[in-house]
Design a binder for this molecule. Structure first.
Ligand code: GRE
Ligand code: ZN
Length: 327
């Protein structure tokens, strides 16, 4: 399929490459990976052409700004990442748009940076890499806490989506995985971490306090669609501090969108379609951690969707969610 739009497509700046390089080093060719994540011109555009991706909404890599302990430095690195993104969009306006990286260490600075990116540079939303550290490396701050309500109101007022992207759990929070390093990483830990954060947001009353929030998670929903029924069924008996006014599934279905990033599998897509419906599912690849070609050759051929649904999930849903004019 030509004309696809993809939006879990990562880039890096020199300040944010080191931790990501550790991941790439596990399997991929290190130097090639670094070239790919830093490149915003011919190599990336060639891959996009080959995979039928017309437009990519680019984002700074994980954990990126969220792992910076010093708030002023986080503000500075986010600005630099966003200015680099804006320059790439300016060079290739028909091929790229951008998500803002945000210094979540300070909710007010994060809101200000999002306003700058959206209002002054035409960014399409934000991508944040999970919990933020601050001051002490053993902190994990989640955005369901009251300090972030005003930030969320800014997101809602700007009317742009917020993509909650994985990062690895802190050692102190994943002790039962430490002797199995693969468990903490992308095969499992990323999903547990991100899914848990998404559920915290659903269960905190956030969506009652702030209307009109749109959140995106990747990897075909970080396991949540598969378990929605059971979560609501169990919570009827045992809510244990759940602060939503309605069932969790209601909030998830109303406020979350899911993408195919890094999860190119028929039965998982089928589950998402059944649980969430085709209006809430989007094509993405997760380049350069995945090959655009792998994402596309699966998506372009899967028989789980009709050709009309393929165009909707591969393109039209994104035009609508991000308010993009197509000509
Ligand atoms: C990512 O999307 O950021 C990512 C990593 C490391 C491994 C896989 C992956 O940062 O998808
Ligand atoms: Zn990713």
């Amino acid at each position: 399929m030509k004309g696809k739009i993809a939006f879990e497509e990562h880039m890096a700046i020199p300040e944010t490459t080191s931790e990501t390089r550790d991941f790439a080093g596990e399997s991929a060719d290190f130097d090639q990976f670094t070239r790919e994540i830093l490149d915003l011109d011919d190599m990336r555009l060639d891959y996009m052409d080959q995979a039928g991706i017309e437009l990519a909404i680019l984002s700074l890599n994980a954990p990126g700004v969220q792992a910076i302990l010093d708030t002023d430095e986080a503000v500075e690195v986010a600005r630099k990442g966003n200015d680099t993104l804006a320059a790439a969009v300016e060079r290739h306006p028909r091929r790229y748009k951008a998500f803002a990286a945000l210094p979540m260490q300070s909710p007010s600075a994060a809101a200000e940076e999002l306003e700058r990116c959206v209002n002054e540079m035409g960014f399409k939303g934000a991508m944040v890499n999970g919990f933020t550290q601050r001051d002490d490396s053993d902190t994990a701050i989640y955005y369901d806490i009251p300090e972030y309500r005003e930030f969320w109101q800014t997101v809602a007022d700007l009317d742009v989506p917020f993509y909650l992207h994985p990062r690895m759990q802190l050692p102190s929070q994943s002790k039962n995985m430490m002797d199995h390093p693969w468990l903490r990483s992308s095969p499992w830990g990323f999903t547990v971490e991100t899914g848990t954060h998404a559920l915290r947001l659903c269960g905190s009353g956030l969506f009652e306090d702030v209307k009109n929030l749109k959140l995106i998670i990747g990897h075909l929903g970080e396991f949540i669609p598969y378990n929605l029924w059971r979560m609501d069924a169990r919570m009827e008996f045992s809510p244990r501090g759940y602060r939503g006014k309605r069932p969790l599934g209601d909030y998830f279905r109303e406020h979350f969108y899911v993408t195919t990033s890094g999860n190119f599998h028929d039965s998982t897509l089928r589950c998402c379609l059944e649980e969430l419906g085709k209006d809430r599912i989007f094509f993405c690849s997760d380049y350069p951690f995945e090959r655009m070609e792998d994402a596309s050759s699966w998506f372009d051929n899967t028989q789980v969707v009709t050709d009309e649904e393929r165009i909707q999930i591969g393109r039209k849903n994104a035009l609508e969610l991000f308010d993009i004019d197509s000509d």
